[in-house]
Write a protein that binds this ligand. Structure first.
Ligand code: NAG
Ligand code: NAG
Ligand code: NAG
Ligand code: NAG
Ligand code: NAG
Ligand code: NAG
Ligand code: NAG
Ligand code: NAG
Length: 440
């Protein structure tokens, strides 16, 4: 689950907003600011525009950015476009870090640098090359000085993704790294994770390490659920949350405190939004009788995104009704007129689950009914065979008789733990007056 970095927090400051006039040679000029300030962890735009002497040039064009020195500094970004309808295709430069913001066909080579770190402090030079029927090129000699500042004053910064996606039942890592202004700090350090709000949200995890050889000892937080993944001595507070449940959907904030010879602390203000996904799971499936032997089947499933439920059965296609709340959805199949197998299939983009109810009702003479009814829920990965050993389902007036015993073949591991509970719940859901009188 690749975290989405906070690239939307755009930060640009132009200190000396006098762009250099553009040293022109043969009709060429380039316009760049002399300094741009970026914030560690955020992104920054390096503006660069040019003019050229070739009217209506629309052939091959190369945009280049260098660091350190003009003309022979290291090329960090290069893209090539063949004609005015061709996008500038990147040939040098990580797509995650560098993005051409400007349209080179509109004489704009502005570059965005994502996820700034202190190492990006440098001088940047833009260059453009025409290589169609004209061969010509131009590079700014002055360059842009990129100066970096920490997110907070005092040299602190924290790096977290804005969103992390986890799957219900699995574990997820919440990344958090920081920079601090204290050289070689190796005294007491506290790592803290909060939920919901920065600064005053409830602390769900806390650990303390006294020295760099000391492990971070947990003082707050269930050891079964939270585990510090990162090494706080290496400026890494990444936390793992195990066995995710729906309640873990929240915003999470990391914080670090130094309490040795320096007293200093820092907390991320933006936080990580933990979004949960879940493969479908059948929560409940049942058949119920209303007045006049009018049977209806009901299937409830959960999942994120909300699953789509489909009923299939003998002469299906009769009335259904659907309702949903949150990540739960229920679909009812009404007026079951035929005996047989009714299957409810739940699907979403993460998987599929199905549950089956069997309905057998037949008249046992003198106005009494016998109904055999049982069900099995099939998870995604396993098939269970239900064998009825002794069944008596007796329907007379409002009295049901329900299956008395089941046996199942051994099955593969189910991702769901409530399989057995659901098997039992059917007998309870039928009638409180259930009574066993016969077996098959
Ligand atoms: C523009 O360049 C692309 C890539 O070389 C080419 O596929 C396309 O046909 C060209 N379009 C025109 C109008 O020349
Ligand atoms: C160059 O492109 C950037 C990004 O699209 C834009 O913000 C800027 O205004 C453009 N510069 C000029 C001079 O058009
Ligand atoms: C920054 O530069 C230093 C020294 O050149 C290097 O060790 C470090 O890995 C770099 N850090 C990043 C995040 O690029
Ligand atoms: C936390 O602080 C925010 C902003 O100061 C405030 O709106 C909120 O009520 C506080 N929450 C608690 C639990 O103190
Ligand atoms: C932080 O620690 C985690 C877990 O060990 C690791 O996956 C991640 O790469 C670390 N982050 C950095 C920036 O070193
Ligand atoms: C989730 O929260 C609800 C309401 O706060 C609570 O009743 C339930 O037990 C929680 N579930 C878990 C798995 O923590
Ligand atoms: C649907 O239900 C109605 C009412 O019980 C019944 O009359 C009809 O025959 C059913 N249709 C099918 C296709 O089962
Ligand atoms: C299953 O659904 C039936 C019918 O709505 C209900 O009576 C029963 O309590 C439910 N069982 C569980 C375990 O939710």
């Amino acid at each position: 689950m690749a975290p989405k970095m906070e690239s939307h927090h755009f930060f640009l400051a132009c200190l000396l907003c006098l762009f250099d006039k553009g040293v022109s040679s043969k009709g060429w000029s380039m316009h760049v600011p002399s300094e741009v300030v970026g914030e560690v962890g955020k992104s920054v735009a390096l503006p660069c525009t040019f003019t050229h002497p070739h009217k209506m040039y629309d052939q091959a064009l190369t945009a280049i950015w260098r660091v350190k020195e003009p003309f022979n500094g290291l090329v960090i970004f290069k893209c090539v476009t063949q004609n005015s309808s061709d996008l500038c295709r990147v040939t040098v430069g990580s797509k995650n870090r560098y993005k051409l913001l400007g349209n080179p066909r509109q004489n704009n080579l502005s570059l965005q640098i994502e996820n700034l770190n202190w190492n990006d402090t440098n001088r940047y030079f833009c260059r453009v090359e025409f290589s169609g029927d004209v061969h010509d090129k131009y590079e700014s000699r002055l360059g842009i000085h990129l100066r970096l500042v920490g997110v907070s004053s005092k040299g602190w910064s924290m790096h977290v993704p804005s969103e992390v996606v986890g799957e219900v039942g699995k574990s997820v890592a919440l990344p958090c790294t920081f920079t601090h202004p204290h050289k070689m700090y190796d005294k007491a350090l506290t790592a803290i994770w909060r939920m919901k709000e920065p600064f005053n949200g409830s602390v769900m995890f806390k650990c303390v390490t006294q020295s760099s050889s000391d492990l971070c000892r947990v003082t707050v937080g269930s050891k079964n659920r939270y585990k510090l993944l990162g090494n706080p001595r290496q400026n890494n507070l990444s936390l793992q949350i195990e066995n995710l449940n729906w309640n873990d959907t929240n915003r999470y904030f990391c914080r670090v405190e130094f309490s040795g010879d320096v007293h200093d602390k820092y907390e991320s203000r933006l936080g990580i939004h933990l979004r949960l996904i879940a493969a479908p799971r059948i929560i409940n499936i049942s058949v119920q009788a209303r007045q006049n032997h009018d049977f209806h089947a009901k299937c409830t499933a959960e999942g994120e995104p909300l699953p789509i439920l489909m009923w299939a059965g003998p002469l299906s296609g009769n009335a259904t009704s659907v309702s949903s709340t949150g990540h739960l959805i229920t679909k009812e199949l009404q007026h079951l007129s035929h005996d047989g197998k009714y299957t409810c299939v739940a699907t979403n983009s993460h998987g599929r689950a199905e549950g089956t109810v069997y309905l057998y009702k037949f008249k046992a003479g003198s106005g009494s009914w016998i109904m055999i009814l049982f069900y099995v829920a099939l998870g995604i990965k396993f098939v269970a065979l239900l064998v009825i050993l002794g069944i008596g389902a007796f329907y007379k007036g409002d009295n049901f008789m329900v299956p008395t015993s089941f046996s199942r073949q051994p099955r593969q591991e189910s991702p769901y733990k409530n399989f057995n509970r659901r098997i039992n719940s059917i007998s309870q859901s039928l009638s409180p007056e259930s009574r066993v009188t016969n077996t098959c």
